[in-house]
Design a protein around this ligand. Sequence first.
Ligand SMILES: *Cc1c(COP(=O)(O)O)cnc(C)c1O
Length: 230
Amino acid sequence: MTDRREELAKHLDQVRAEIATAARAAHRQPEEISLVVVTKNFPATDVEHLIALGVSDVGENREQEGSSKSSEVRSSINWHFIGQLQRNKVKSVIEWANVIHSVDRIELAEEIVKRAVGRSQILRVLVQVSLDSAPGRAGAPRSELNEIASLLATSPMVELSGLMAVAPLDEDPRAAFHRLQAIRADFISDFPEAVWCSAGMSGDFAAAIEFGATHVRIGSSILGSRPTFG
Ligand SMILES: *Cc1c(COP(=O)(O)O)cnc(C)c1O
């Protein structure tokens, strides 16, 4: 094994063990929680290492980076788009991503439904809800979730999979994810199939698991601190 692969293997083992511990503490099964490894700012070679180590799901937050990286990776894995999405990027994102976590506006839902026509593969989509009281950050207000979700559900090529959220920085993540749990309970009563809950990053995934996360998005705990370009 290369040094880099060994390093990733070690971090991956640690994170998997911590996910299992958090799951058991919440009286859940570790298998209920899927790990999406966030590979943004890291090269395709790291994705190859991760695949060799059993990773099947990776997350990217920029269209161009995800597009070129996914074209360099041969194995078929699930590519998750987790970043802020612009309407004019939808067409290209759905060429490489199988899952979009971050739909937070009606106009994005409309564009996805329009562009999903003629696809050969189902596109999984999550609606991103804001857990912030201040407006302006990513995520739809709770009051708009149903309209966005209903629109997505009109497309036979889109599978409305659930909700995604990011905990605000200025608050105990447990309080934020506790709110998410309540929002999700309401959401599932309207959309019973939409049971995914994408929540939790390196710093707060144990809290997210405590409050029902089914998909954790973890970058730096596995890949290290992100190199910046420019
Ligand atoms: C970067 C990113 C993550 C991963 O963050 P880490 O703290 O590195 O684990 C998760 N979710 C989103 C939306 C991100 O942009």
